[in-house]
Unconditional design. Sequence first.
Length: 373
Amino acid sequence: MPPVVIDLQQADDWRDVVHRAVQTLVEGRLVAFPTETVYGLAASALDASAVDRLVEAKGRDDQRPLTLAIRSAAEARDYCPDLSPLAARLARRCWPGPITLVVEGTHPESLVGQLPPAVRQRVVPHQTVGLRVPGHPAILDVLRMLAGPLVLSSANLSGQPDAVSARDVVDAVGEQVDMVLDDGPSRFGQPSTVVRVTDGKIELLREGVVPEKTVRRLSSWLALFVCTGNTCRSPMAEAIARDLLARRLKCQRDELEDRGVLVMSAGIAAMMGGVATPEAMEAVREYDLDLRDHETQPLTETLVRHADLILTMTRSHREAIVAQWPDAAERTTQLCDDGRDVIDPIGGPLQQYRDCARQIHAALESRFSDLTL
């Protein structure tokens, strides 16, 4: 029997489509979803017979692990309670998106343990589990309404070309799938990049949409310094921090990125493309540092999400960040660990900038003394 095909671009009621897809999955049937990579074939991970149908529809090798599609990066710890900082960093930066993370999947408190035994065997055949948050609203909305995750695989016959349109899905597995959500051609038209994270290291198991060089950059540790205008305090902190970290890693400052360390700065009320103040340039010159190439930038959601450590010049800066991005609270703290503000020297004499730079330098030495990268 041919599947029900729903054109998402012509649908009158999005919620009705989502409810129909949820109902189909709850009844143990299969739904093909558009994603940003290729079309995916999904079954409820709570239904072993539905997952068996998915494997049969694809003609898939039983020993090849199936991926779990979950709701968000925050949910990753439910399936891998001891998720490493590196894996958490990639999840935070890349999801929703075209990255599948392969992490340890046998923790006794993992929600994987609550899946039917036959499903556990299919998603964790080798002690690891593949997790992904697909970047498409249809599947994300469905996931939010389901009690558990989805088992997700590409909507094609095993070993055959990927399905990048609803027509490809129908041609490949049409007799096996019950519903196809059609949202036109896939955005990228190629599979997700599969990254295994073990022992603080990454290994590309499959290079897909995201190339290896980009994955490694996304895995870098990022310190972000925040002030108001990004013209004096935070750029001075950025320059000083880069120097201290390079000394600690015994490398040149321009080699930090190759060592997996990024340092940036931004301002809560900054304009794009401004320059550091002349006094700030002079103050850091005494440390043999140069701010002539600095360009101001405003603090954005992307910067906040990507940062592993956000150091603010004042308590009010931290409060503003946490108010707008509550999820960043654990990663955001004042630069001075004694709770003092770094006073804004803007408009003051050069000596005030020098005092500010010294305060920043002392605070960073204290912060970095026990820092684990």
